[in-house]
Write a protein that binds this ligand. Structure first.
Ligand SMILES: *[C@@H]1O[C@H](CO)[C@@H](O)[C@H](O)[C@H]1NC(C)=O
Ligand SMILES: *[C@@H]1O[C@H](CO)[C@@H](O)[C@H](O)[C@H]1NC(C)=O
Length: 355
C-alpha cells in the first residue's frame, strides 16, 4: 500500500507541476498591480480630453457580466468602438441586405451608459464579403456599391456617432496606396468619394481616415499627411486622422508626439484609436513595468497635443484581446489582465494624463 501512496503523491505532484506550467501566464501571486484609484476616463477629461474608451465586441459583451459592468463604468470608459460589428462583412453580408443587430446592441449600451461612440469602419480592403472583393465589378458599379454601403451604414447611425473611421488602412508601409478592390478598381479617388458619401449621410460626425504604422515619422505618415492636406485643399470633408497604435513593448515611436503635431497642423484632429502594447509571453514583472512606461508615453503624447481628442484601447482586458490569436506567442497587451485585475499599465495611463 505504501508504494501506492507514494505513487499517488507523485502523480499529484506531476499534475500540479503540469497544471502550473500550463497556466496561460506565469504571473506569480504577488505580481505587481496598479495602485491608482481614479478612473481612466475621469483622468482623460481632467486633462481636457474628450474621452478614454475601449473597443468591444459581440457576443461576449452580453455574455460576461463582469466584463460588461466594467465596460459600462463611465469613470473608466467614456467612449466605445465596435471591434467587428460595423465592418462590411458584418453589416452587408449580401448585396443590399443590411444587418445592424450587433452594432445596435453596442450603440444601445453606450447610450445607456452615457458614453460616446466611434464608428468603425466603412471602407477597408479586409473583412469584405466575397461579393465585394471577388466581384469583378467595373469602376462605375463599384463606386455605386461603395457609396450605397457608406450611406446606408452611416445613415443608419446618423446622430449616434461622435466620429467614423470612414476609410481604414489605405496605405502600405512604404507610403504607396494599399492594393484592395477599391483602389485597384476606382483609383485613389475612392477615398474622396467615400468621405463625401459619409458627410451626406451624417453631416455632424467627425470623419476619419485610420491607419497603423503612422504613429511615428516615416514614409507612411508622410503619405497620410499628403493625402489629408490634398483632401483639405480640395474641400473634401475630412476631420481626423486615427493612429491605431498597436505597439510592440519597448517600441513606441520616439516621434509620436511630433507626428501627432504634424497631423494636427494640417487642420484635423487626431485620436489614438486602437491602442494595445503586446509582449512576448510569458509576462514578467520587468515586462509589465516596461508596459507601464510605454502606456504612459503614449498617453502623455496625446495629453500634450491639444487636438488629440482621446484614446481608445483595443479591448481593455487581456481576456478578449485579438493579439494572441494574431501574433503567436504574444499577448498581455491590455491594461486589465484576463481576470479583470488592473495591471501596472493602468498606473501608466493615469500618470500619462496627469503629467
Ligand atoms: C467605476 O470606476 C471608478 C474608478 O475605478 C470606481 O471608483 C467606481 O467605484 C466604479 N463604479 C462602479 C459602479 O463600480
Ligand atoms: C473611375 O471612375 C471615376 C469617376 O468617373 C474616375 O474619376 C476614375 O478615374 C475612374 N477610375 C479608373 C481607374 O478608371
Amino acid at each position: 500500500m505504501r508504494s501506492f501512496i507514494v505513487h499517488t503523491t507523485f502523480v499529484s505532484l506531476l499534475a500540479w507541476v503540469t497544471l502550473t506550467l500550463a497556466l496561460p501566464s506565469s504571473k506569480t501571486a504577488n505580481a505587481p498591480a496598479a495602485t491608482s484609484t481614479i478612473g481612466t476616463n475621469d483622468a482623460a477629461q481632467a486633462a481636457g480630453k474628450l474621452y478614454f474608451g475601449s473597443a468591444t465586441d459581440n457576443p461576449f459583451l452580453n455574455e460576461d457580466p463582469t466584463y460588461k459592468s466594467i465596460l459600462s463604468n463611465k469613470s473608466l470608459f467614456g467612449q466605445l468602438s465596435p471591434e467587428n460589428a460595423m465592418k462590411w462583412d458584418a453589416t452587408e453580408p449580401e448585396q443590399g441586405v443590411f444587418t445592424f443587430t450587433n452594432g445596435d446592441a453596442i450603440v444601445a449600451l453606450a447610450q445607456a451608459n452615457g458614453q460616446i461612440m466611434r464608428g468603425h469602419n466603412t471602407v477597408w480592403g479586409s473583412q469584405l464579403p466575397a461579393w465585394v472583393s471577388d466581384s469583378g465589378f467595373d469602376n462605375a458599379t463599384l463606386i455605386s456599391v461603395m457609396q450605397n454601403h457608406v450611406s446606408t451604414v452611416i445613415g443608419h447611425y446618423r446622430g449616434d456617432m461622435y466620429s467614423w473611421d470612414v476609410v481604414n488602412e489605405p496605405f502600405n508601409d512604404d507610403g504607396t496606396f494599399a492594393s484592395n478592390v477599391f483602389f485597384d478598381t476606382i483609383g485613389e479617388g475612392y477615398i474622396e468619394l467615400a468621405l463625401q458619401a459619409a458627410s451626406t449621410a451624417d453631416p455632424n460626425a467627425k470623419l476619419y481616415i485610420n491607419d497603423f504604422n503612422i504613429e511615428g515619422e516615416g514614409a507612411k505618415a508622410t503619405a497620410m499627411a499628403n493625402l489629408v492636406s490634398g483632401l483639405k485643399e480640395r474641400g473634401v470633408p475630412i476631420h481626423g486622422i486615427g493612429l491605431e497604435s498597436h505597439f510592440i513593448l519597448g517600441e513606441v515611436p520616439t516621434t509620436l508626439q511630433a507626428q501627432m503635431e504634424a497631423f494636427t497642423a494640417l487642420g484635423v484632429e487626431v485620436a489614438v484609436t486602437e491602442l494595445d502594447i503586446r509582449m512576448t509571453l510569458p509576462e514578467t514583472d520587468a515586462l509589465l513595468a516596461q508596459q507601464q512606461t510605454d502606456y504612459q508615453t503614449v498617453i502623455s503624447a496625446c495629453r500634450a497635443v491639444a487636438d488629440c481628442v482621446g484614446v481608445t484601447v483595443w479591448e481593455y482586458t487581456d481576456k478578449y484581446s485579438w493579439v494572441p490569436g494574431t501574433f503567436a506567442g504574444q499577448g498581455a497587451a491590455d491594461p486589465w489582465d484576463e481576470n479583470f485585475e488592473l495591471k501596472p499599465a493602468y498606473d501608466g495611463i493615469i500618470a500619462g494624463f496627469s503629467s
